[in-house]
Design a protein around this ligand. Sequence first.
Ligand SMILES: *Cc1c(COP(=O)(O)O)cnc(C)c1O
Length: 484
Amino acid sequence: MRLYPTRGGGGSIAFSEAILSPLAAFGGLYAPKELPDLGDLNALKALSYVQLSRYILKLFETDLDDKAIDEALKTYDRFDDPKEPTPLVRVGDQLFIQELWRGPTRAFKDMALQPFGAILSNFALKRGEKYAILTATSGDTGPATLEAFADRADTEVVCLYPDGGASEAQILQMIAQTAANLKVIAIKGNFDDAQDALKKLLSSKSFNESTKANGRKLSAANSVNFGRILFQIIYHIRGYLQLLQRGEITNGETIDVIVPSGNFGNALGAYYARKIGLPIAKIVVVSNDNNVLTDLIVAGKYDLTQRKLIATISPAMDILKSSNAERILFDLFGEARTKTFMENLAQNGAFELSPSELRLLQTIFEAAWSNESETFAAMRQSARDGYIVDPHTATCFKALKLGVSRVKVICSTAEWTKFAPILLKAISGEQKGDKEALEIISKRFNLAVSPAIANLFAKKTIAPAPIAPNQIEADVLEWLSKRP
Ligand SMILES: *Cc1c(COP(=O)(O)O)cnc(C)c1O
């Protein structure tokens, strides 16, 4: 597989290069042009998750060697059930929830970041190089990246999170990490500010030169990195195969996939899965109050001029600059058009699809958004029906009103335990802190709290004082200079 710059301006590169240098010319990303064919689904039905993953990685012809692939896939042993890391739960007649959060940090980011961590450190060892990996988080990428790289040789991770933009459990997960190769920075601002700061750092000449002088190469662990996206194609395929295996659908029957979205990595994985032959009718992209993606898919307009980021109860979806939407534009409309769209967005804060472009987009995607009271109501109703969902997954219930009658799979992106106070408020109106809320809900619904979350509240930790985005570079360099 070769990967191409989404805004043109350069040749194609190999998978490994795109992992190490995720940003392309003119501020674009790397994305594939030629995609393989998934083949007969019946033949894949009996494969385990790891076997299926190996098949897909081979199909995409990445330049990973077998050792790197084995080590990457071994990380799924850290999931609740390594044989079935993404269990599918029936919650309605034609409705299923795919639990993508059964990894070590209880959010779906582990699905891709666990193997990604293994791959990057494999590169580091093989090439005798050291890497500094940057990441910006709206709450779940940070903990998952830190967990994936903790104590891995020859890699350092710097994690930027927006002060006040994440839940208490998410912040504790980050600052409770004690491995010496990890650094967590709280920044003054929201997730878009954190992601902007990340992109600036990655392309800053002085920063690149200083880290180079320090003997380190820079990379990023956000979903701007195609290395993550590849692993996000696999679970969508797995979800379909599970339905097939259980006789819920027949081979070739189309289903809808409903995705609570922010940076569009999860939905992009579904897009590529569909493109290589998975029978998905519609990918339903769900937003919260920050519903730019709804406007894009419903009206063909991506317009930030009248918008300010709104802090919601689903913080991982509080994003206005949805990076991976660019890869969809590239795939559907080509690099020249994508460059124009992105330039318009940078210069005027908006871009607009033509009517025919919009029609094409709508053959693949549908969109919905859930406001705060609708999301609260969905959490309450789902609890009454006997299934506890986190606030991100809960936004998806709004999308059930759309479309024709088909089997639908909701991608559940986080375990409720990361948002216990919000859930308790939704279910019974009680206002409690994380620790108490966890206890009350787990008792009332007879649910286990994973040790990864339960133990957080026993640790004594202090959040770092937030710094301004323009202080990040100096702060990171000072820290790196003290690393061996
Ligand atoms: C990251 C995240 C999302 C958004 O996923 P994208 O791939 O960025 O669209 C949704 N829910 C949760 C819980 C997340 O952590």
